[in-house]
Design a protein around this ligand. Structure first.
Ligand code: GDP
Ligand code: GDP
Length: 445
């Protein structure tokens, strides 16, 4: 799911002990692909403020014809394929064994970040084994005691930077002042039928308020629901297709453009839900374009991630398609989720809030004008017919979305490509990924 950590190592080094420690009591046995993942466990792990999926590759003592190496190899391959990070665990008291060596070699050739952990390192008995582990060529081994909870700080330090959304960069108050009290964040969830919108909303609201599934039944008649996330009030506004769920033909009804438009109109941030199995298709792009045209902040949720077989490929295809279709709006957040299992939702909401902040961003005139001087001297505007176009100054006319006015000697002569250059530079330099940006040119009075 969101972030996945795999624990790798030969039997008995303490993988399950660490797994249990990270997952706590919320252990879930995952066994939905018989024969393939039969002997692996997955659970939701926590380490301080980090939440992630943990895969434990224990259970190798199943009766099986394969050699231990072959089974471990298969396990490891599967786990590593799904993982964003790997803990390679050895038993510090036993030192490095040939089997450790074998897996060390294999992991070293991969691309996933690996943390080498010498477990059972409480007391002094493990120090020699820990030092021995340097020989695996996987960097500095940390001293871990899964049983006693030692070394978790180092595990945290390894994991924390790998999480995509670290903290927001610090902003200077007066230069990047945000507007004060803005009321609840108005959120809409849109997407084609059956991608999992109702399931997502139910999960977000934490109760079965909306009906999901194919049966007819009760729906809410009000058009907004308030709740909050991390103390931030959020208002879920009228959501396309939900209100008419009581009619069976809705399931076959094609995407209602009018409903979607209505939701977008009411919203500030729009979550476009995709089905990971279907990817980003034409209809989705149509909705995304609508969001962009209306100047709303867009976040893409790739749902049914639990059922997605080729996660990397799916993500890549979606990103590529977005990049091609929205070359101007770089950095639209794409968050994998499983609405049904409630996974990835905090990350989705974090992305929603971050998108909202960018959408609200206000840049001071002083800062903008210094910036304009820089970019214009780095790459001056053209001089059609020998007369250079002069850009006098720039201000931010509005937020939501960020809208800028540039006063310019002869606006009609400034090529679109140059405006795009300015827009891209502005987006990059002031860290405004994903949000639509508007630029207007005015003739000075
Ligand atoms: P796995 O086969 O790699 O999953 O290993 P387990 O988690 O089942 O642990 C194997 C044995 O090592 C068990 O008896 C654990 O109690 C023990 N063990 C696990 N972690 C530690 C540790 O940090 N210190 C010590 N001394 N023993 C540990
Ligand atoms: P909506 O038409 O977009 O509101 O979609 P629903 O919420 O009614 O979901 C459509 C179908 O997809 C239902 O059968 C859900 O159980 C299923 N579904 C929703 N979310 C997930 C998910 O995260 N994983 C999987 N595998 N199925 C899901």
């Amino acid at each position: 799911m969101a972030f996945t950590l795999a624990i790798i190592g030969r039997p008995n080094v303490g993988k399950s002990t660490l797994f249990n420690r990270l997952v706590g009591r919320r252990v879930a046995l995952v066994d939905d692909q018989p024969g393939v993942t039969r002997d692996r466990r997955e659970g939701q792990g926590h380490l301080f403020d980090l939440e992630f999926t943990v895969i434990d590759t224990a259970g190798l003592d199943d009766v099986n014809d394969d050699s231990l190496e072959a089974r471990m190899r298969r396990q490891t391959e599967l786990a590593v394929r799904d993982a964003d990070a790997v803990i390679m665990m050895i038993d510090a008291r036993a030192g490095v064994t040939p089997l450790d060596q074998y897996f060390g070699d294999w992991l070293r050739r991969g691309e996933v970040p690996v943390l080498l952990a010498a477990n059972k390192a409480e007391g002094i008995a493990g120090e020699a084994g820990r030092l021995d582990a340097y020989s695996l060529g996987l960097g500095e081994p940390i001293a871990l005691s899964a049983e006693h909870g030692l070394g978790l700080d180092e595990l945290y330090e390894f994991l924390n930077p790998l999480f995509p959304e670290a903290e927001e960069p610090e902003e200077e108050e007066e230069e990047f002042g945000l507007e004060e009290d803005r009321g609840p964040l108005q959120l809409a969830v849109v997407g084609r039928p059956n991608v999992g919108k109702s399931t997502l909303i139910n999960k977000l609201l934490g109760e079965e308020r909306l009906l999901t599934g194919p049966e007819a039944g009760i729906t809410r008649d009000s058009i907004s629901v308030d709740w909050d996330f991390k103390g931030r009030p959020i208002r879920l506004v009228d959501t396309a297709g939900l209100r008419r769920r009581s009619r069976v033909e809705d399931k076959v009804e094609r995407l209602s453009i009018a409903d979607t438009k209505r939701s977008i109109d009411y919203a500030q941030v729009v979550v476009l839900v995709l089905d990971a199995g279907l990817g980003l298709e034409k209809q989705d792009l149509t909705i995304a374009r609508q969001v962009e045209e209306e100047g709303r902040a867009l976040v893409i949720a790739v749902n049914k991630w639990d059922a997605c077989e080729d996660r990397q490929g799916t993500m890549r295809a979606i990103r590529d398609r977005l990049q091609r279709s929205f070359p101007q709006t770089r950095g639209i957040p794409v968050v994998p989720i499983s609405a049904r299992e409630g996974r990835g939702l905090p990350r989705l909401l974090d992305a929603v809030m971050a998108a909202y902040e960018v959408w609200n961003k206000r840049l001071s005139t002083g800062l903008l004008n210094r910036w304009l001087e820089d970019v214009a001297s780095a790459h001056p505007p053209p001089a059609p017919g020998g007369r250079r176009i002069r850009m006098k100054y720039i201000t931010q006319a509005r937020t939501r979305p960020p809208t800028f006015a540039i006063s310019c000697s002869n606006p009609t002569d400034l090529p679109d490509s140059y405006l795009r250059y300015l827009e891209n530079a502005l987006r990059e330099d002031f860290d405004m990924p994903g949000t639509p940006i508007r630029m207007h040119l005015k003739k000075p009075k």
